[in-house]
Ligand binder design. Structure first.
Ligand code: UDP
Length: 247
């Protein structure tokens, strides 16, 4: 089941459901795209039709963040649990390790993907890492990059190129990469590599992870300001359409 929030579809899924969805897809043919929906993406999809199209085409769209849960409640929807990109990524890495599937990490500053891969290998032996690549190659080389992912034989690719670049990369090159699942993960490699700290569990439970990230990266202040305008836009759309499950 899906809910549309500011015209962006989000799946009503829990973390456990997302993992079993992925487990099924890992053993099927074809490539599958996991996208993350958050307030920022909802706003930027309004201005960027290519991003909106990529999100519509994604096979699983996780409700990534407290903003989406609040928006769903405001609209009388059923999303009750946020499924963060980093939590789902860790679950999928554990699954890959258990099933002998190969992962590829694409994105973040030079050295970060490799450091994250090394940490994941320690945490989830016997994890198979097909390769890593940083995320600052010229966009003109995206086709070549997809070719090297295909050559690596990766089953699962985590893409951390920032939005909307990561969604557009997966929409365009997902099939060419030959991977079964490509998931966009924003800043997750920075946390998994130890370059940034993830918020302690208490902050996560209280829905205050954004505050912890703001303290570590004060330049995110503009991104935090999005939340009130996002909830205002959702309320306005709901009043305008009178819509339930679609606002
Ligand atoms: N990034 C990248 N290439 C780019 C722009 C960004 O590899 O051209 C990386 C950046 O280094 C960071 C990630 O993409 O690791 C995006 O992180 P951000 O904190 O913006 O994402 P969020 O988690 O907030 O979605």
């Amino acid at each position: 089941m899906q809910e549309f929030i500011l015209d962006v579809p989000t799946d009503v899924v829990t973390l456990a459901e997302a993992v079993s969805w992925a487990q099924e897809k890992l053993n099927q043919s074809g490539s599958h795209f996991i996208a993350s929906v958050n307030p920022e993406i909802c706003f930027s999809a309004r201005r960027n039709s290519a991003l909106q199209k990529a999100l519509l085409a994604a096979d699983l769209k996780i409700p990534d963040g407290v903003g989406i849960v609040l928006a769903s409640r405001l609209c009388g929807g059923q999303i009750r649990e946020r499924v963060t990109g980093i939590d789902l990524m860790e679950e999928l890495v554990a699954l890959a390790a258990a099933e002998g599937k190969k992962i590829f990490l694409l994105g973040a500053a030079e050295g970060v993907a490799a450091a994250a891969a090394a940490k994941l290998k320690e945490r989830y032996p016997p994890l198979l890492v097909a390769g890593t690549a940083h995320g600052y190659l010229p966009q003109a080389q995206d086709g070549e990059l997809a070719g090297s992912i295909a050559a690596s034989g990766a089953d699962l690719v985590f893409v951390a190129l920032g939005s909307p670049r990561q969604e557009l990369f997966v929409a365009k090159y997902g099939a060419a990469s030959g991977a079964k699942i490509l998931m966009v993960v924003g800043g997750s490699f920075d946390v998994l590599s130890g370059r940034l700290r993830r918020a302690p569990l208490l902050y996560q439970r209280l829905g205050l992870e954004w505050f912890f990230r703001l303290v570590q990266q004060p330049k995110r202040i503009l991104r935090v300001w999005i939340m009130p305008s996002f909830l205002a836009a959702v309320t306005q759309q709901r009043l305008f359409t009178g819509g339930r499950k679609h606002c």
